[in-house]
Design a protein around this ligand. Structure first.
Ligand code: ZN
Length: 313
């Protein structure tokens, strides 16, 4: 098994409204979905500090989005040869030495088992590898959260790559959810309504500050093909996890026919749990705080040729 050095790539310019415009659009929209909500333009807080503990101080400087591979490489049967190197990807994105954060499948070929990846890698910094993995304990079924030094992953990822600099970002605060949609879905739909078929992406970090969230973690690859949503849900392990949770990833308001993941966030914590964020399960107690950049360019890397016909989680 070897890492391919070159993958097919499609480069796409995203729509990038002014931050001030996004702040006012999102404030109005989120106030219909949360009891309290606001969005404003701020200087990015130092993301290396607690509670974020990211590998670079900011998410500014040439923000670019990578949508790599996809669920068709996992389902119905895993394609183990789908291995990606983040350093290679950063060069393909014309941003060598990038700071990359986001959600993906882990380096199962190094780990020995399948895992969820919370990518937190600053390629410019020798100490800048603070990526977490979540996996399922095969003995008791509990979630295991650990760090990795691998710069590779398998199958799929949705990453924000930037120069990791401080700068202006969008800060969103929202608490007490009053609608069924989760936090990123609500934001995505507000942007879709405003911008239609012009794709607008927000990417970075949000924290579930209070409440509980439903996460999943992939166990090791299934020996049986996974053909239905029921098979998938029987295979995945679901957890109800306490805040605070630090969630890394992206959302995009419109898919310009590139089989994009519309939203994908993975989270870690300092209490030993993490995984793929689905939604909070405590609408009356939940509060969110987000810092997002607006990616200028999308790189669709190694797009699967077949489309998955059931759930994309
Ligand atoms: Zn995921």
């Amino acid at each position: 098994m070897s890492t391919s050095l070159i993958h097919p790539v499609i480069k796409f310019a995203l729509h990038t409204p002014e931050l001030t415009e996004l702040a006012s659009v999102l404030t109005v929209g989120l106030q219909k979905s949360f009891k309290s909500a606001s969005a404003r333009v701020v200087d990015c807080p130092d993301l290396t500090e607690k509670p974020f503990r990211l590998a670079a101080p900011g998410i500014c400087g040439s923000p670019r989005l990578a949508d790599v591979g996809g669920p068709p490489f996992l389902l119905p049967e895993v394609q183990r040869e789908k291995i990606y190197n983040i350093e290679t990807l950063s060069k393909m994105m014309e941003l060598p030495g990038a700071f990359c954060i986001g959600a993906g499948a882990g380096p199962g070929h190094h780990e020995g088992v399948n895992a969820e990846m919370m990518c937190n890698l600053n390629l410019k910094d020798a100490n800048g590898h603070q990526t977490y993995l979540a996996k399922v304990d095969p003995v008791d079924g509990k979630c295991i959260l650990k760090q990795t030094q691998s710069t590779e992953f398998m199958l799929m990822a949705n990453l924000l790559c930037s120069e990791g600099k401080p700068g202006k970002v969008l800060e969103i605060k929202a608490s007490e959810r009053t609608v069924d949609d989760n936090f990123p879905t609500t934001i995505r739909k507000i942007l879709k309504e405003k911008y239609g078929d012009k794709p607008v992406s927000l990417a970075g970090v949000f924290i579930v500050e209070t409440g509980k969230a439903k996460l999943h973690v992939m166990p090791d690859f299934s020996c049986q093909p996974i053909n239905t949503v029921k098979d998938l849900n029987n295979w995945l392990r679901f957890y109800e996890v306490d805040a605070p949770l630090i969630c890394l990833g992206e959302l995009i308001s419109h898919d310009p026919n590139l089989d994009l993941r519309e939203e994908h966030f993975h989270c870690f914590s300092d209490h030993g749990e993490g995984g793929h964020y689905h939604y909070d399960i405590t609408p009356n107690e939940v509060s969110y705080r987000a810092y997002f950049s607006v990616p200028e360019t999308l790189y669709r890397i190694d797009k699967p040729t077949n489309v998955l016909t059931f759930g994309k989680d």
